[in-house]
Design a protein around this ligand. Structure first.
Ligand code: ATP
Ligand code: ATP
Ligand code: MG
Ligand code: MG
Ligand code: MG
Ligand code: MG
Length: 278
């Protein structure tokens, strides 16, 4: 149809390449997960199954897209850092956002029964996605610090809120009223004095969120001369090529690790400084 008289309509499609040499942060967030979590009976304040399913879908994305070096997840959202130098889909914004959002969503649905064996999906969930560009490492660090600070604020509030409801016998309206205007220290105090909950002892997964880092796996040892006889080939070229390919593979082999640690302080970024390299 390329040469048809209709082809001019293609010209209405505008290019949408993202600025070169800038960090991309791709964030997605569950659409109306307040309702979705209600309808699928998520445990409050934190449903572990749902968080682990989010992590799984995020790992799927990092396995498929090697230019994602780091990710951070909390609640129904995940943020992914793409290398400054990434040429993924020629940096076309719509293509990246739609493909990554779609793969995350399909992985979430695909793996749902593993995490919720007794809860059939009542309707298809969806996620929104966006990309924000950051020019330097400082903004990238501050972006992730912002998300982790958000995790802390939300989790402290939700932990106190649901303690008042589930253990304190308050209605949700009463719990809202109890917490209205309280500062962090007062929420800690409510949790400790009324419910003997030491907030700092709560699982780091809930307090810190999920961090996925790409780490290089150590190079595999060179294959030993095994019992398998060396194939009798005239030219060594194909073998060399295979070895080269193997070596390259080992060199670039990476795996994804899941952490629940502080990413606001310097120590994380000192240890993982390579994640911010080009
Ligand atoms: P929007 O479409 O604007 O994002 P939303 O209803 O998804 O609306 P969010 O601000 O994204 O609103 O909040 C997501 C909500 O999903 C949380 O407030 C919480 O109620 C629920 N939720 C998500 N993950 C979990 C979880 N693991 N355990 C319990 N509840 C969860
Ligand atoms: P891109 O990721 O760039 O879209 P693509 O491989 O999806 O690459 P398309 O131009 O979208 O390329 O073409 C989709 C291809 O999928 C078709 O060329 C065809 O080979 C195959 N395909 C899609 N739907 C059908 C179908 N119903 N029956 C048979 N083949 C199909
Ligand atoms: Mg929202
Ligand atoms: Mg949401
Ligand atoms: Mg959200
Ligand atoms: Mg296609």
């Amino acid at each position: 149809m390329a040469g048809s008289r209709f082809a001019y309509v293609k010209k209405f499609e505008l290019p949408d390449a993202l600025l070169p040499s800038t960090f991309m942060v791709f964030r997605l967030d569950g659409h109306s997960f307040h309702r979705f979590s209600d309808e699928h009976r998520f445990v409050k304040p934190n449903d572990l199954r749902a968080l682990e399913l989010m992590d799984h879908a995020a790992i799927t994305l990092m396995q498929e897209y090697k230019d994602i070096s780091l990710a951070f997840g909390e609640s129904d959202e995940y943020s992914f850092l793409l290398r400054k130098s990434t040429a993924l889909y020629n940096r076309r914004q719509s293509k990246i956002v739609s493909t990554l959002t779609s793969l995350f969503t399909s992985s979430y649905v695909f793996h749902w029964p593993k995490y919720f064996p007794d809860v059939p999906l009542r309707y298809p969930p969806s996620f929104d996605g966006r990309i924000v560009l950051y020019p330097s490492q400082q903004e990238v660090r501050d972006y992730f610090a912002w998300r982790q600070a958000d995790t802390h604020i939300n989790n402290l509030y939700n932990t106190a809120f649901w303690a008042l409801v589930q253990q304190g016998g308050q209605t949700t309206t009463e719990a809202h009223a109890t917490l209205k205007g309280t500062v962090s220290k007062e929420k800690h105090e409510i949790l400790f004095s009324r419910f003997e909950i030491n907030y700092d002892k709560i699982d780091a997964r809930y307090r810190k969120g999920s961090i996925l880092v790409r780490v290089e796996t150590p190079e595999e040892p060179a294959p030993e001369s095994s019992n398998t006889p060396t194939p009798n080939v005239k030219s060594t070229e194909p073998l060399d090529e295979t070895l080269k390919a193997k070596k390259k593979k080992a060199k670039n082999a990476t795996k994804v690790e899941l952490l629940h640690t502080d990413i606001i302080r310097d120590s994380f970024w000192e240890k993982y400084s390579y994640l911010l390299k080009d």
